[in-house]
Design a protein around this ligand. Structure first.
Ligand SMILES: [Zn+2]
Length: 292
């Protein structure tokens, strides 16, 4: 299936009340695990890389690997740059073949966020079918180099969400509603469902303009995830969960086979652990079986 941009995929999800999993990867083995699971579960899928692994592996390498894996796969797949705070780097990754870019201007004041996001949107749309995700408010926790203390997190102002979407032209919209990056510090994080519902009504009430994105999927209880999907969450970002699975499986394998020294078997154990988590999320989000 051709590599696609995220907008069409997520409009379908929003209309049919399911969400697409957007899985952060830090290496090619995890990328393979996510795409193989998507094929197995017949799910549309988004692969994401945040800035540090993107710079470490290099975007041209990630794009080449993604195309080699996704082009022959019989499911729609996107390659998304996650939480890019550098507009020039966002444009660079779009030029190299990322199909979707998140420009994170959440640390900027509203006018500056609008101005810079708009520039990234114009660049990506000029290149063709490359879609852009913007964020309003700040998601707490640590995402790559973007750190926000939980008490500092500023939730998205519904009144400004339509203005932000209209003035920036973003294709996808991530409003901060109390979800957090990393591991939740409390068993019952305060998720502002009412705010999320209001934003969905304001932005997408008269037809889907910019599907809503939920950051910080890891650790949310299944009922919380289902409720956010029912309220219009069309893309769920899952990062820490895969990191924990991969690192725990690696540690367990090495501990149990201390004298083996077989990197392929360690990689395989990590890959299986990632596959299990991705499969869990695809069931929970309702995207399994939704590939056309
Ligand atoms: Zn995020």
């Amino acid at each position: 299936m051709p590599v696609v941009s995220a907008k069409g995929m997520l409009v379908d999800a929003a209309v049919h009340a399911y969400a697409v999993g957007a899985f952060n990867v830090t290496n090619i083995i995890q990328m393979e695990a996510v795409i193989e699971t998507a094929v197995e579960r017949r799910a549309p899928v988004i692969i994401q890389t945040s800035m540090t692994p993107t710079k470490f592996l290099r975007p041209e390498v990630l794009v080449a690997a993604f195309r080699a894996l996704a082009a022959p796969a019989p499911v729609p797949a996107c390659l998304h740059l996650d939480h890019c705070t550098d507009a020039a780097y966002a444009r660079h990754c779009a030029d190299l073949g990322y199909t979707n870019i998140m420009f994170d201007g959440s640390k900027l004041d509203f006018e500056e966020n609008v101005r810079v996001t708009r520039e990234v949107v114009e660049h990506c749309h000029r290149l063709g079918d490359i879609t852009v995700e913007g964020e309003l408010g700040t998601v707490s926790g640590v995402e790559d180099q973007v750190r926000v203390a939980e008490n500092e997190a500023e939730l998205c102002d519904p009144a400004r969400s339509r203005e932000y979407v209209e003035r920036t032209g973003v294709d996808l919209f991530a409003p901060a509603i109390g979800t957090a990056h990393g591991v939740y510090l409390t068993e019952n994080p305060k998720i502002d469902f009412e705010r999320f519902a209001r934003i969905q009504e304001i932005v997408n009430g008269n037809g889907i303009v910019a599907p809503l994105i939920v950051h910080g999927g890891t650790g949310l209880k299944p009922e919380v995830v289902r409720r956010l999907v029912a309220l219009g969450g069309a893309k769920f970002n899952v990062s820490t969960d895969l990191k924990l699975a991969s690192i725990d499986a690696t540690y367990e394998y090495i501990t149990a086979h201390r004298t083996e020294y077989n990197p392929g078997k360690i990689d395989s154990a990590a890959k299986q652990a990632v596959i299990a988590r991705v499969s869990y999320w695809m069931d929970l989000l309702g995207c399994a079986g939704k590939a056309p």
